[in-house]
Unconditional design. Structure first.
Length: 254
C-alpha cells in the first residue's frame, strides 16, 4: 500500500480529536489537522497525538477541507471529520488497497449515531461518502456547505466509518441551528433570492422525501425523527436566508 496523508478539520474538538487522530494513524503515514482557531485544547491534544497542525480561519466546508492538501507529503489523502472514526473493516480494507490508480477515489458507508444509538432509518444508512482520494486527479469541490470529493471514478469499499453525529437529541437541535445558519449564508453568497414560500415548500418536500421515498414512515420512531429534523433544517435555512436579506434593508423601526 502506498503512503497516505490523513487530514481532519477542527474547531473546538478537544473531546474527540485524539480518537480521530488515532483512527487515522492506523492507516496513515502522517496526519494533518487544519484548525479553525479553536478556543479549547484541540491544538495541544492534536500535537500531543503526533499530528501536524495548520491554523486557518474557517473558509467553508470544501475550501477548509482542501486547505491542508498542498501541505501533505503524499498524494493519497484520507479525509475524516473530527467526529468520524474508521471502523475495523475500513482499516482492513484500506490496508489491502493497492492504490496504484490515481483516478479512483474510494467510498465508504457511514454509520451515523445519536449518542450510542445507530440511526439507520430514512436514508441515514448507508450514507455513502468518498473519503480516500488522490490529490493529482481529485479533490473537494469549492462549496462552502456540504461539499464532496469530485473524482474521475469512485469505487465502493463496502467498509464503514462511524460518525458520532449528535450527542443526544438536544445536541441534534443545536446542530440544526448552527448548520442552517451556515447554509443560509452559503445560499446568500450564491445569490439565492429570498422567498416567503421556500421555507414551507422545502420543509414539506423534505418530509415527503424522508417519509415516503426513504421509507421513514415504516421505520418507527427513528424514521419519524429523521423526517421531522430534516424538515426543520430545511425550513430554518430558508427562513434564515430571508432574514439575512431583511437585515440588509433599511430599518422601519422608529
Amino acid at each position: 500500500m502506498k503512503p497516505i496523508t490523513g487530514i481532519v478539520i477542527t474547531l473546538n474538538e478537544q473531546e474527540g480529536i485524539a480518537d480521530c487522530i488515532d483512527s487515522l494513524k492506523a492507516v496513515c503515514a502522517e496526519v494533518i489537522v487544519v484548525d479553525s482557531l479553536s478556543q479549547d485544547d484541540t491544538v495541544e491534544i492534536a500535537i500531543r497525538q503526533g499530528a501536524r497542525v495548520l491554523h486557518q480561519e474557517y473558509l467553508g466546508d470544501g475550501p477548509q477541507k482542501a486547505f491542508g492538501v498542498p501541505y501533505a507529503s503524499h498524494d493519497w489523502i484520507l479525509s475524516l471529520d473530527a467526529d468520524e472514526r474508521l471502523d475495523e473493516d475500513a482499516i482492513r480494507e484500506i490496508g489491502k488497497l493497492p492504490l496504484d490508480d490515481a483516478s479512483i477515489a474510494y467510498r465508504f458507508n457511514r454509520r451515523n449515531f445519536c449518542g450510542n444509538h445507530w440511526i439507520r432509518a430514512a436514508g441515514f444508512y448507508p450514507d455513502r461518502v468518498v473519503r480516500l482520494y488522490n490529490r493529482t486527479t481529485s479533490g473537494y469541490l469549492p462549496k462552502k456547505a456540504h461539499s464532496s470529493v469530485q473524482a474521475p471514478r469512485t469505487v465502493d469499499t463496502g467498509a464503514h466509518i462511524r460518525h458520532f453525529t449528535y450527542d443526544n437529541l438536544s445536541h441534534w437541535m443545536q446542530r440544526i441551528d448552527q448548520l442552517s445558519t451556515r447554509d443560509a449564508w452559503a445560499m446568500k453568497e450564491r445569490g439565492i433570492a429570498p422567498s416567503p414560500y421556500r421555507p414551507a415548500i422545502h420543509a414539506l418536500s423534505a418530509t415527503l422525501r424522508k417519509l415516503l421515498l426513504k421509507g421513514g414512515l415504516f421505520q418507527g420512531s427513528d424514521g419519524l425523527t429523521v423526517a421531522m429534523t430534516t424538515a426543520f433544517h430545511a425550513y430554518m435555512k430558508y427562513a434564515k436566508l430571508n432574514e439575512l436579506h431583511e437585515d440588509e434593508r433599511p430599518s422601519e423601526r422608529p
